[in-house]
Every structure is written in structure tokens, then in C-alpha cells.
Write a protein that binds this ligand. Structure first.
Ligand SMILES: *Cc1c(COP(=O)(O)O)cnc(C)c1O
Length: 372
């Protein structure tokens, strides 16, 4: 190792960079396939609302100007949308940036961060890169957060707890009752982050309400993303709702121009489309249910999901399933590196046509693996 490398902490050297879903263009280049369908990053299959595209084209001409560092328009629109004060909101370059700010503000080296396993891998990555100590708590037998075990894992060194709800990569959720019981056990100086990146897709009636919990728990932060239901993954905008105290602390460490001009105007325009967004919940529910039924017909096990994706366990002898789907032009997310079975993968719903393409590819792949 060079003199520079020697100076870097073992935690940084031990980091395995985040593995994003394979880009469509890369697969097309590698295999020369006529059609590639990507169902690997939980993106919304249709593009942004037309009103968003109009707002974006108006904004293009003034990209020589820095964005609003106070996110005034977006903050005002979101405050009214959520029934909160602007001071209770913080925007980020994707919810991912806010996760980083949370680690930055609330942890020092060796502090403990509790999260579920498997859950969003970024919690572990950020914990490690901030030299804090990750405390992964296994999901229960139904792939749901084991909130009792997570509460029991909290020590005097715990600074942060991540509850991914619904959980990525399982699509499962904790109920309002379980979340309330959990919060009652968490010490007041531990920040609980409720990551609701898939909130707009949720249909369960007993899903927890941040707006109810926040009245009792100023140590609760709720994260949302515009990347999923609002089709803005490529622009990067997410937000946090929290107590004024917590938001002010996060404000101290963020970059002044952290949300770009296009992202701010797109988010405002997208947020105004309330009915269309509600429609997306219905459409996504229908697509997920349909895809789940077809996967079961193909002999797969499917975990019930409150999101736009499914965790799937293919029948036995499905080794190499991911690579064989790639050769069919379908990108899903293999899950074995999450500690799940070889034949497990996460797939998000595409358009009806893309789902059909995927199901046909999968049935060909499974038919072959049955004969080997
Ligand atoms: C997609 C996702 C996010 C955030 O994504 P951004 O694109 O950074 O807003 C956060 N948490 C989970 C669990 C996600 O799946």
C-alpha cells in the first residue's frame, strides 16, 4: 500500500462500494440484445408527469444561476402538502444524501447504529464509512423488522436506529401498533429514522403514521423520496420531516446548493399532481398483485409487498438464474449477497408489457433449469 493508503482508516479500506442495478445501456452493449428490460432499481416504469417536463423546460434557460439554497418554493409546497412548518423539513440530493447527513450529525467513531438485516444496504455502508459500529438485527421469519429485538439491541452507545418501512428488499412493513410500542422503548436521545421511500405505494390500513407519532417523539425523523412514485430518480430529490431541533442540526452540515434547480422545480410540479400520484398507487398495486400471481404460477415463492417490487424465491435448482435472465434481456436484482438463497431476487414492476416480457423470460429460464 502507498503512503497515502496507509493513512486511511481500516473501515474505509474494508468498504465494498454500493452495487447499483446494471444499467440498460451496459447490458445492451455487452450482449447486443435488441430489447432490455430493467426491473432492478425500483424505479417507476413511466416517466415524469407532463407538467414536470414543462416546468423543467422553462427552468433550463436559467441554469447559469445557482439553485435556491433555502428551497423556498419547494419547502412552501411541501409544508402545505404535509401540514408542517418549513422548519420541520429538509431537502436532499435524494433521500440518500439525508442518510449521510444523519450519520454525520449523530454519530462519532465507535457509536452504534441499529438496522435490520436484510434491509437497505446504504445504512451499513454509511455506518462503516463514518467509522461507527453497525448492529444488524435479523428480520423475523416473515421477513418483517423484528422491532422487539431491535429495541433490545439498543445500548448506551446507540445513536441511530433505521427502520425501513416498507422494507427494501422485502416489501414487508411494520404496523402502527408495533411502531408505537417500539418508540415507547427507545431512549429520548436516540434518533429513529423511519425510511418511507415507498410510502406513496402503501395500501395497508394499519401502516404507521409519522404525523401521529411525531407529536410524542421529537427524536423521530421520517424520510421520503421523490425517486420512486414521482419518477424523479434521475434528478435526485428526497426530504426529511422532523422536529425543528433535529432539522436545524442537519441544516448545519449540508451543502448550500444541495438540491439542484431542475430537481427543485420538478419536485414542486410533481407534488401538485395529487390525483395522478394517488392513481399510481392503484396502478402499482394492480401490477404487483398480477405479477405476484404469475410468479406463484411459475412455482416461485413471493413475499407480500406494500411497494412497487417483490422479493421472489425461485424454485430449487435456480442457480445462475440472474445471469440467464440477463441473457434474455431482463435485469433483476440478485439477492444472495444479502444472505438470502441463491435463487432469490428482487424485481420491481414495470409496465404491463415489460412484466409480460420478464415473465416469458423467466418461464423459459425455469423450464431449462428443471431439465438440468
Ligand atoms: C430508493 C430508496 C431510498 C432513496 O432514494 P433516493 O433516490 O436517494 O431518494 C431510500 N431508502 C430506500 C429504502 C430506498 O429504497
Amino acid at each position: 500500500m502507498s503512503a497515502i493508503g496507509d493513512r486511511v482508516s481500516p473501515e474505509i479500506h474494508a468498504l465494498n462500494p454500493y452495487q447499483p442495478g446494471k444499467p440498460i445501456e451496459e447490458l445492451q452493449r455487452e450482449l447486443g440484445l435488441p430489447r432490455v428490460v430493467k426491473l432492478a432499481s425500483n424505479e417507476y416504469p413511466e416517466g415524469p408527469f407532463p407538467e414536470v417536463l414543462e416546468a423543467l423546460s422553462r427552468e433550463m434557460a436559467i441554469l447559469n444561476r445557482y439553485p435556491d439554497p433555502t428551497w423556498f418554493e419547494l419547502g412552501t409546497a411541501m409544508a402545505s402538502h404535509q401540514g408542517l412548518k418549513r422548519e420541520e423539513l429538509l431537502f436532499g440530493n435524494g433521500a440518500n444524501e439525508i442518510l449521510e447527513l444523519l450519520l454525520h450529525v449523530f454519530t462519532e467513531p465507535k457509536d452504534e447504529v441499529v438496522y435490520a438485516n436484510p434491509s437497505f444496504p446504504i445504512y451499513r455502508l454509511l455506518t462503516q464509512s463514518h467509522r461507527a459500529q453497525g448492529v444488524p438485527v435479523p428480520l423475523d421469519e416473515n421477513h418483517v423488522h423484528d422491532l422487539e429485538a431491535m429495541a433490545a439491541a439498543i445500548t448506551s452507545r446507540t445513536r441511530l436506529v433505521f427502520v425501513c418501512n416498507p422494507n427494501n428488499p422485502t416489501g414487508t412493513y411494520v404496523t402502527a401498533e408495533a411502531m408505537a410500542a417500539f418508540m415507547a422503548k427507545v431512549p429520548a436521545d436516540v434518533v429513529v429514522v423511519l425510511d418511507e421511500a415507498y410510502f406513496e405505494f402503501v395500501t395497508a390500513k394499519d401502516f404507521p403514521s409519522y404525523h401521529t407519532l411525531r407529536k410524542t417523539y421529537p427524536n423521530l425523523v421520517c424520510l421520503r423520496s421523490m425517486s420512486k412514485a414521482y419518477s424523479l430518480a434521475g434528478l435526485r430529490v428526497g426530504y426529511a420531516m422532523g422536529s425543528v431541533e433535529v432539522i436545524q442540526l442537519l441544516q448545519r452540515v449540508r451543502q448550500p446548493f444541495n438540491v439542484n434547480r431542475l430537481a427543485q422545480v420538478a419536485a414542486v410540479a410533481a407534488l401538485a399532481q395529487r390525483e395522478r400520484t394517488a392513481e399510481r398507487r392503484v396502478v402499482t398495486r394492480r401490477r404487483v398483485d398480477h405479477l405476484g400471481e404469475k410468479l406463484v404460477e411459475l412455482g416461485c415463492k413471493v413475499v407480500p409487498s406494500q411497494t412497487n417490487f417483490l422479493l421472489v424465491f425461485a424454485p430449487e435448482r435456480s442457480l445462475g438464474l440472474f445471469d440467464r435472465l440477463l441473457r434474455e434481456g431482463v435485469i433483476v436484482r440478485p439477492m444472495h449477497h444479502f444472505g438470502l438463497d441463491e435463487g432469490s431476487f428482487r424485481v420491481n414492476v414495470g409496465t404491463e408489457d415489460e412484466n409480460e416480457f420478464f415473465l416469458n423470460a423467466l418461464s423459459r429460464v425455469l423450464a431449462v433449469s428443471d431439465t438440468v
